[in-house]
Design a protein around this ligand. Sequence first.
Ligand code: SF4
Length: 64
Amino acid sequence: MIYTVAVDYSKCTGCSLCTIICPTGTLKLDTSNKKAYTTSNECDNAWGCITACNQNALEIVEAN
Ligand code: SF4
């Protein structure tokens, strides 16, 4: 199964913790609007970002 990460932009504060912990580079920070975004479907379902995000802004989902 292929996974990606859905970001709830209404919750993300742009702290960048998820982008630092992500081992595959799936999550990056858009510095213009200070929101995390997904760059690829290479999520390995490690859940590091889910644990790191204290805003509960992330969800690992099945990629299309
Ligand atoms: S850890 Fe959460 S709040 Fe911080 S940048 Fe990532 S999604 Fe946004």
